[in-house]
Design a protein around this ligand. Sequence first.
Ligand code: 23J
Ligand code: MN
Length: 257
Amino acid sequence: MTALNDLLAGLATGAVEIVDLTSPLSASTPILQLPPPFANTRGFSLTEISRYDDRGPAWYWNNISTGEHVGTHFDAPNHWVSGRDGLDISQVPPRQLVAPAVVIDRSAECAANPDYLLEIDDLRAWEAEHGPLPEGAWLLYRTGWDVRSGDQADFLNADETGPHTPGVSAECARYLAEETSILGMGTETVGTDAGAAHSFDPPFPCHSFLLGAGKYGLTQLQNLASLPPTGAVVIAAPLPIVGGSGSPARVLALVPR
Ligand code: 23J
Ligand code: MN
């Protein structure tokens, strides 16, 4: 298999670099906060079973407790009512867990305006420079929000009017879902939708349109700044939770250097 030998040789020489896009998963990993009356996810936690002690003298292990949508995670189509007849997380074909990725960088705009929304014009500008959005590729949306991920309050950026984090306009989300053949959308924020997206028409348009079209979501990504606009390959590995709506995932990018 020449292709795999070439990959291993590239990894050995540094011609291919692995960039970890995954946020560390711990009890302090930020989680989404929906307003009343909606139910919220629990966060991640560990409970020790034994640690080289009388409960198990030679071994250390934990039970884990987590929501499906905690930390860097994968949204399956059935997460949203618009995709309720779509795939669950265990049904996402492994072939799609290795896919090309392109990066659109609006970190400067988001630093100036935390409510910044990606528009169709942003996509057109990107395509004018880099060519059409590739078929079956992740669209990774760089906002600079990953620097806030160590602190829940900073990450959610909520005030009395609700959370203020960047996202995608309803019109742009509909366009991505219906007029492009991307595999899905990846963001640095707590979800794929903007903080204010509860008030959009439709509410949570990224979830509604993309998952409804059988596309996927990836969230709480880090290190998108280390990726080129085109040319990276993403390996996104959610757990095959039978019937599940999503899963924490390890997300790696292979980047040509
Ligand atoms: C449920 C309701 C609203 C949102 C979300 C989940 C997520 O962001 C998610 O993690 O899928 S906005
Ligand atoms: Mn989610």
